[in-house]
Design a protein around this ligand. Structure first.
Ligand SMILES: Nc1ncnc2c1ncn2[C@@H]1O[C@H](COP(=O)(O)OP(=O)(O)O)[C@@H](O)[C@H]1O
Ligand SMILES: [Mg+2]
Length: 353
């Protein structure tokens, strides 16, 4: 413990970042770097368990502060085995007048991005169990009217026993809301065609496309659509899924994109088994229901869980839905940074009474 830490606190420095938190926590090691700062593992001596602590320094940027509020409100709301659980929020230096936030959550051993790029073997049983848990978490989220919007391997955390939890909720969206085109959207490689082509409404099916892309990446150990931009993306999906019928891309509102697609040479659909010759045919059958250009034909999470690929895992009694929808009211006002920071304070207070 650093001697200069305030009373009751412990202090440690990682690079140019200093953590000052309750001395119930004992630093173990750095586990990741987020856009907001470092995430570390620690022992929580109060509950006698290992946790993850993410430090966030609030910037004077309204959108960023809203992202923080959204992430912690959602983490406070969800209580599901496949969604990361939050145990505490600490504010520093002063709970009312803070600059730094520490978010304490479940500690996981790795994220899927690292696992996919490692030498770790992924058997069909592993992939089946990972995809089952991912879709089980997504089903729960969707039942609360929450679209994750940024599902990608680095936001899917796992343990060596294959337990999986979804994280990274800062960009989540309310179903059916209109998208602001200038808004930052889902990482490009996992982005659905309707989002890629500027469709203006949020739907749950965008998450299913992302899950399908993750599924393919587990099977092939490389990204399904590592495209550079939307033109490259249209080329890639046509190469793989074959010539698109105009009915399936009803959502396009860009004449340039329409002309581009109409002028692409005719292409037969590539069979999934030629791409992933060692995969379980049932896995490929399910993948084919998820990687569907037309969001209306793309399967919902509940439908995917009923697919025969999951016949040994699926149990409708053990796939809980949310008991209520998430309350998105806080998004609708045009608040000041101070007001949003105050709402974050209220969320943090729930842990300190
Ligand atoms: N609870 C956790 N357990 C294990 N690793 C984590 C945890 N939280 C974050 N990480 C690691 O840190 C990385 C960045 O954290 P994340 O919360 O996703 O930040 P960002 O919101 O900037 O994407 C993750 O991709 C993961 O590798
Ligand atoms: Mg992330």
């Amino acid at each position: 413990m650093d001697e200069t830490a305030p009373e009751g606190k412990t202090k440690f420095t990682i690079g140019d970042s200093t953590f000052i938190i309750d001395n119930r926590y004992e630093f173990l090691k750095i586990i990741g770097r987020s856009a907001w700062g470092f995430a570390v593992s620690a022992i929580d001596h109060k509950i006698n368990s290992r946790v993850s602590i993410k430090k966030i320094t609030t910037e004077e940027d309204l959108d960023e502060v809203k992202n923080i509020l959204r992430e912690i409100k959602l983490l406070n709301f969800f209580n599901h085995e496949n969604i990361i659980k939050m145990y505490n929020i600490e504010l520093y230096p002063d709970t009312r007048n803070y600059n730094d936030l520490y978010i304490v959550t479940d500690l996981m051993e790795a994220d899927l991005h690292r696992v996919i790029r490692s030498e770790i073997e992924l058997t069909n049983e592993h992939i089946q169990y990972l995809m089952y848990q991912l879709l089980r978490g997504v089903l729960h989220m969707h039942s609360a009217d929450v679209i994750h919007w940024d599902l990608k391997p680095s936001n899917v955390l796992i343990n060596s026993n294959c337990d999986l939890k979804i994280s990274g909720f800062k960009l989540a969206k309310e179903c059916g809301k209109a998208v602001k085109i200038d808004e930052w959207i889902c990482a490009r490689w996992y982005r659905s065609p309707e989002l890629m082509l500027n469709c203006s409404v949020f739907t749950k099916k965008a998450d299913i496309w992302s899950c399908g892309s993750i599924f393919a990446e587990l099977l092939g150990r490389s990204p399904l659509f590592p495209c550079k931009d939307s033109v490259d993306f249209l080329w890639c999906i046509t190469q793989l899924l074959g010539t698109t019928s105009p009915d399936d891309i009803f959502f396009i509102d860009s004449p340039a994109a329409e002309t581009y697609i109409a002028n692409l040479p005719d292409k037969e659909k590539t069979s999934w088994s030629s791409l992933y010759p060692n995969a379980d045919p049932l896995a490929l059958d399910l993948l084919d229901k998820m990687i569907v250009i037309n969001p209306e034909k793309r399967w919902a999470a509940s439908h995917c869980l009923e697919h025969p690929y999951f016949k040994d895992l699926h149990d409708i009694e053990d796939e809980p839905l949310a008991s209520e929808s998430f309350n998105w009211d806080f998004e609708n006002c045009e608040p000041s940074i101070g007001a949003v920071k105050n709402l974050i304070y209220e969320e943090a207070s729930k842990f300190h009474h």
